[in-house]
Design a protein around this ligand. Structure first.
Ligand code: AHM
Ligand code: MG
Length: 336
């Protein structure tokens, strides 16, 4: 086995930073173990009784699937015991998840979406786990909401695990983006995609076009730009939409393109952007920027948004830099 493992790479980076204490490396290692367990459960999902709904509705008003709950439980169980966190926040939990007093506490906060794209679970489409790590801002005491509601720029690490034809981990600590593939025969993530860089402009647009009737003019103009031949490529972009953010994002990260979940007006009184700022948009924005791409809500850079709520939602335009710049320009024209 000649490739380097994710642990080796983390240790190399740790050595390069004189400030590093090893705690952060341990934290990521615990998360990797949790993801391997989730990956194992996802792989055998069709064989045991863990497909389908639990019958509960989560904080987002969405039906909870058994695998959502299982993945959430696995990550919380492992990470509470890691001794490195002072709190967590999950897409599935209404409030901050505290670390019970019997476990050691650290100064990191983990925010995550345990199983993104969960509506695809039952039909064997790739899904993923998205994570974001920030350092707490107070020296001690109970973690308060203000410490969890940090803007994306404060992230110290972020990334995702994708449970697809193979299981991969893609992450950044602010020093480029690296991808690792799980070799199931040895149970290790091996470096398969060093220094990922997203093409400046892609050939793919990813959006749920079924919402066309809910969209405003700028969104329709942006989508028309990509699908018509009247764009910089002078050829229509291809439409690729899996409906699983991690998978759509991952494809576009490697091959170029733009993923859009714009605001829509399915409720005419209230514009709606489905994706969550803290556990979906921010971590992927950190990854894409580190790979040379961009992420915007149509007006601001995602990572500059000051969050005001734990489960805040945001429109999202993310991917190749030039494609995001063009999409966002349609909204600027409107406000001018
Ligand atoms: P989830 O975190 O509950 O799975 O929801 C997020 C998912 C994303 O993975 C995906 O991009 C989006 O929802 C799809 O939404 P839609 O079906 O409205 O296109
Ligand atoms: Mg999600």
């Amino acid at each position: 086995m000649r490739q380097i493992t994710v642990t080796e790479q983390l240790l190399l980076h740790q050595k390069a930073s004189p400030m590093a204490t090893g705690r952060f490396t341990r934290l990521l290692n615990e998360l990797i173990l949790a993801a391997k367990i989730v990956s194992r459960e996802v792989n055998k999902a069709g064989l045991v009784n863990i497909l389908g709904l639990t019958g509960d509705v989560n904080v987002q008003g969405e039906q909870v699937r058994k695998l959502d709950e299982l993945a959430n439980g696995i990550i919380i169980h492992r990470m509470q015991r890691a001794g490195l966190l002072c709190a967590m926040a999950s897409e599935e939990n209404a409030d901050i998840i505290e670390i019970p007093p019997q476990f050691a506490h650290g100064d990191y906060i983990l925010l995550f979406d345990p199983l993104d794209g969960s509506s695809n679970i039952d039909v064997n489409v790739s899904i993923g786990t998205i994570f974001s790590i920030v350092r707490r801002t107070h020296d001690e005491g109970q973690v308060c909401m203000e410490e969890v509601l940090q803007k994306g720029e404060n992230q110290v690490a972020a990334g995702y695990f994708i449970y697809g034809s193979s299981t991969m981990m893609v992450y950044t600590t602010g020093d480029g983006v690296h991808g690792f593939t799980l070799d199931p025969s040895v149970g290790e993530f091996l470096l398969s995609h060093p220094n990922i860089s997203i093409p400046e402009r892609g050939r793919v647009y990813s959006v749920n076009e079924g919402y066309w009737n809910y969209w405003d003019e700028p969104t329709r103009n942006a989508v028309n730009y990509f699908k018509s031949g009247r764009n910089k490529r002078r050829k229509p972009y291809s439409l690729r939409y899996i409906g699983s953010l991690v998978s759509d994002f991952h494809r576009n990260l490697l091959s170029g393109g733009i993923f859009m979940y714009p605001r829509d007006f399915r409720d005419p009184k209230k514009p709606y952007g489905k994706l969550r700022l803290l556990c979906e948009a921010n971590p992927l924005a950190f990854v894409v920027e580190q790979a040379g791409g961009a992420a915007s809500d149509g007006d601001r850079r995602i990572m500059e948004i000051e969050p005001s709520e734990l489960h805040q939602r945001t429109p999202l335009f993310i991917g190749s830099r030039e494609d995001v710049r063009t999409a966002v320009s349609f909204y600027k024209d409107q406000s001018a």
